[in-house]
Design a protein around this ligand. Structure first.
Ligand code: CS2
Length: 505
């Protein structure tokens, strides 16, 4: 019998062995012909299932070979280790309801580690042939202080500021990069020094106004460096670098061994870098480019527009907000999978109430987007039993997600004089998840969060005081929410109800 280990591994040399048929597709571009035009920071599963696919399709549609991607991994070298032996090739296993297909993507033309291959990363950002730096480093990867500025007190970022100072003053510039935005700014400094060709930075993380967030962080890092050189760099960035806002959407669960076995059965090849995704994909990008870009608009699902905000707000609040609600309430009720949680009537009803009563009233849809249909499509996507997206994956990093996805809705509704009950119950779900750490069946719900220690400290103590202690987290809860008695009272009641549902261990 053929064991997976005895199968040949996916690479340029074995690409020809890929069977052709309806369920398996090879790259749409010739990977051998593609040169790097994009440096992507954070080459996790989401990037590989989303922007890399759009970029390959755009290059194919426009018959261009200059849009290969150098994928940069973060601290863990694992993804680079998976991609390098495969010459950057990997499969996307697309799982619809009852349909499965596999495509091999050829747009990833190299992989480098941010910390281990810093010189290569910096040189690539500075290269005149690079026109785009994009990023998916997750909300926490940006090292943002509560003020929205770069957290230059963070030791890693402080090290990057030191290295940037050396870059600018001709000192020893060989230090390894420590953070994605720090690396970006160091690369920009070299680009400015070497030739000054414009560059576009496309943030693809689920944050409000994401492009402007990164622009501010970049300036914050430059401002931390004293002297004339930094001022000159700042002026050049203002003139020559653009930071479009972008909304990204594709549900991309973590890859499991079952997925790998399924993909191997289709391709006959071993693929250590396989990613999995739902069929749906969408990308809306602000038309704000400093120089050339792939013709993304030629690909179904991609839109280039002057105003991304209405799409972004609708997606963050409707899809991501509801995802978090389903994740916390579902996890507490013992569901490990999003599709199972959303069909639990208790959870599904809350999700619908959140959308109809609290979220939709805060939105002005972009032309052509029917919010009722968007809502139904989102709930249908969550209920897709084939993807296997877990409640714990969505539940992670709540302190960074809940403010953008749910607390913003509560604050907006307060402005309209309404206490948003369903959104408050959702936030209560997060607090109960943090405080209990277990579900109705006694299963453990681990807390993954950059401020896990502070959350645990706030959770310790009397159950009655839980909400008051949590509301003291000023960097999480906006003032309007913290100060509102009606919200506080409703939150206390909802948390008490959920804690009753999940008894303490
Ligand atoms: C999810 C998102 O894990 C999460 O927090 O809400 O990753 C979601 O799947 C994507 O934004 C979908 O585009």
């Amino acid at each position: 019998m053929t064991t997976p280990d005895s199968l040949p591994r996916l690479s340029l040399a074995t690409l020809g062995l890929l069977p052709t048929g309806d369920a398996v597709h090879g790259p749409s571009v010739d990977p051998r012909a593609a040169t790097v035009g994009i440096v992507h920071l954070g080459v996790g599963a989401f990037h590989r299932a989303h922007q890399a696919v759009f970029t390959e399709e755009a290059a194919a549609a426009a018959d261009e070979t200059t849009w290969g991607i150098l994928g940069v991994t973060g601290r863990s070298p694992r993804v680079a280790e998976q991609l390098v032996p495969q010459d950057g090739l990997y499969g996307v296993l697309t799982k619809g309801r009852g349909t499965t297909s596999l495509r091999v993507v050829g747009s990833m033309r190299g992989a480098a580690s941010l910390t281990g291959d810093s010189e290569r990363v910096l040189a690539a950002i500075a290269a005149p042939s690079t026109h785009i730096v994009s990023s998916t480093v997750s909300e926490k990867g940006y090292r943002r202080a509560a003020t929205g500025n770069s957290d230059v007190a963070d030791p890693d970022l402080a090290a990057d500021v030191g290295a940037l100072t050396a870059e600018l003053t001709g000192g020893s510039a060989g230090a390894a990069c420590r953070t994605p935005v720090g690396a970006l700014v160091r690369g920009l400094a070299r680009r400015h020094r070497d030739h000054g060709a414009p560059l576009t930075v496309v943030c693809c993380d689920n944050m409000t106004d994401n492009g402007r967030v990164v622009e501010r962080l970049v300036h914050g890092i430059i401002d931390a460096v004293p002297g004339r050189e930094a001022a000159v760099l700042r002026a050049w960035v203002q003139d020559s670098v653009r930071f479009p806002v972008s909304m990204v959407d594709r549900i991309t669960p973590a890859t499991t061994d079952t997925h790998r076995t399924e993909a191997q059965a289709l391709s006959g090849l071993r693929d250590e870098a396989l990613v999995v995704a739902e069929p749906f994909l969408q990308w809306v990008i602000e038309d704000l480019f400093a120089g050339p870009r792939p013709r993304w608009e030629l690909v179904p699902g991609a839109t280039i527009t002057d105003d991304v905000a209405p799409y972004e707000r609708a997606k963050l609040r409707m899809l991501n907000g509801t995802h978090s609600t389903v994740a916390y309430l579902g996890a507490l009720r013992g569901h490990r999978l999003i599709d199972q949680a959303v069909v639990d009537p208790e959870v599904g009803e809350l999700a619908r109430r959140l959308l109809d009563e609290d979220v939709i009233p805060t939105l002005t849809p972009p032309a052509g987007l029917d919010l009722a249909r968007y809502r139904d499509d989102i709930l249908e996507r969550f209920a897709n039993p084939s993807t296997g997206y877990t409640t714990l994956q969505v539940a992670a990093d709540g302190s960074l997600k809940v403010p953008i996805r749910l607390l913003s809705v509560i604050a907006d509704r307060l402005e309209a004089g309404v206490v948003a009950d369903a959104a408050i119950r959702s936030v209560a779900g997060w607090l109960a998840f943090v405080a209990r750490g277990r579900d109705v069946d006694g299963g453990t719900l681990p807390l993954e969060d950059p401020i896990a220690d502070r959350l645990r400290a706030a959770a310790a103590g009397s159950a009655g005081g839980l909400v008051d202690r949590m509301l003291e987290l000023e960097d999480v809860f906006p003032e309007a929410v913290r100060e509102h008695d009606g919200v506080r009272t409703a939150l206390r009641a909802e948390v008490a109800d959920l804690l009753r549902m999940v008894p303490a261990g």
